[in-house]
Design a protein around this ligand. Structure first.
Ligand code: DQA
Length: 140
């Protein structure tokens, strides 16, 4: 089964961006580890800084329940603002697991609100990069 990991804005900077919050590992490095862990799964990765691109990706795979087990989505700051991404998740058939590297509940007030949480299968936050692996575990 395939799994699509989608990362939203600024997550292309993982490894360089605020390492005290997001760690020192790049997503490319972490993806190699994930692919080693889940040889049976076909892990696809997409990153964009643009809201509409994320909506397009959710729509692209969202009805393909024969090929995909689900979507792992770290929508970054769009988590806290995007009705369009929430609508896309609600529209499709595939389960979407919301992921955050940091513990958003322990940060600023604005990060405690998620537009996408109510339409996701569940949320995994605060386990560093391991949040992505735990989300895959939830889907397989
Ligand atoms: C994040 C948390 C968001 O609040 C933030 O805007 C991000 C990353 C996380 O993975 O911890 O860009 O989604």
């Amino acid at each position: 089964m395939k799994i699509l990991i989608i990362n939203g804005p600024n997550l292309n900077l993982l490894g360089m961006r605020q390492p005290e919050i997001y760690g020192t590992e790049s997503m490319e490095q972490y993806l190699e580890f994930l692919k080693e862990c889940y040889k049976e799964a076909d892990i696809e990765y997409f990153q964009s800084n643009h809201e509409g691109d994320i909506v397009d990706q959710i729509q692209r795979v969202g009805y393909d329940i024969d090929e995909y087990a689900g979507i792992v989505l770290n929508a970054g700051a769009y988590t806290h603002t995007s009705l369009a991404i929430a609508d896309a998740i609600a529209a499709v058939k595939l389960p979407v697991v919301e992921v955050h590297i940091s513990n958003v509940a322990a940060r600023e007030e604005i990060r405690r609100r998620s537009f996408i949480a109510p339409v996701c299968r569940g949320t995994i936050a605060g386990f560093g990069m391991d949040s992505y692996r735990l989300a895959i575990e939830a889907l397989l």
